[in-house]
Design a protein around this ligand. Structure first.
Ligand SMILES: *Cc1c(COP(=O)(O)O)cnc(C)c1O
Length: 237
């Protein structure tokens, strides 16, 4: 990765956004701490990781309080404690069971953990995510938790050769986001769009995109996981 790759990507995001603000999350799973440091030196602040242990090792190595960390991978209950203590955002909350342990473990001396509900429209690339009809109930419980801050929705629509099909999925997500915002006017984040489709996602209303490959180049498979097969990686052991 180079500063010019970041600048070129930011220019594409800006062109698609037509004056709206769209936040770039640099997805740094499988990337070394040194690659993150180089991107941070070029001005990138927010990084997304899928695996808690891998992220914590890099956070320790970098020890840079200016960086903002987003957990974007499937979350197991036994990892809630570490996510609440060491991340700024959780983008992949998809079941009620996670809410209480996250709220309890969030340290009082940190701002509330920003939370996105991950929604699965069906037939998605990822097995994770709640059904659309579960969003409202989850949102109410997150909003009631004092150490969590509901910020919006995240999704990983399945890749599809037909851009019209992908666009329709993004538009549906935008609709779900607007419905949720009617009940929770404070939410401001719709996280959708990856390397292959972020411009479409932005055109359909994404406020945050999560990009790995287009920034860092192709990923090497992460040893011992199904990362090479699934876009969302495998759950941690
Ligand atoms: C890996 C991953 C991304 C980035 O994917 P690219 O295609 O490399 O841009 C985005 N979001 C999630 C949840 C991911 O797991």
């Amino acid at each position: 990765m180079s500063a010019s790759a970041l600048a070129a990507l930011c220019a594409r995001i800006e062109a698609a956004a037509r004056g709206r603000n769209v936040t770039l999350i640099a997805v740094s799973k499988t990337r070394a701490a040194g690659e993150i440091r180089a991107l941070a030196a070029a001005g990138q602040r927010a990084f997304g990781e899928n695996y808690v242990q891998e992220a914590l090792a890099k956070q320790r190595e970098l020890s840079d309080p200016a960086l903002e960390w987003h957990m974007i991978g499937p979350l197991q209950s036994n990892k809630c404690h570490e996510v609440a203590r060491h991340f700024d955002w959780l983008q992949s909350l998809d079941r009620a069971k996670l809410i209480e342990p996250l709220d309890r473990a969030r340290p009082d001396d940190r701002p509330p953990l920003n939370v996105l509900i991950e929604v699965n429209l069906g037939g998605e690339a990822s097995k994770s995510g709640c059904r659309p009809d579960e969003i409202a109930g989850l949102a109410a419980r997150i909003a009631a938790a004092s150490r969590l801050e509901l910020r919006g929705l995240m999704a990983i629509p399945a890749p599809h050769p037909d851009p019209a099909v992908r666009r329709a999925a993004f538009a549906r997500l935008r609709g779900l986001f607007e419905t949720l915002r009617a009940a929770h006017p404070g939410i401001d984040t719709l996280s959708m769009g990856m390397s292959d489709d972020f411009e479409l996602a932005i055109e359909e209303g994404a406020t945050m995109v999560r990009i790995g490959t287009a920034l860092f180049g192709k990923r090497n498979p992460r040893p011992g996981t199904r990362e090479s097969k699934g876009r969302n990686g495998a759950p941690e052991p």
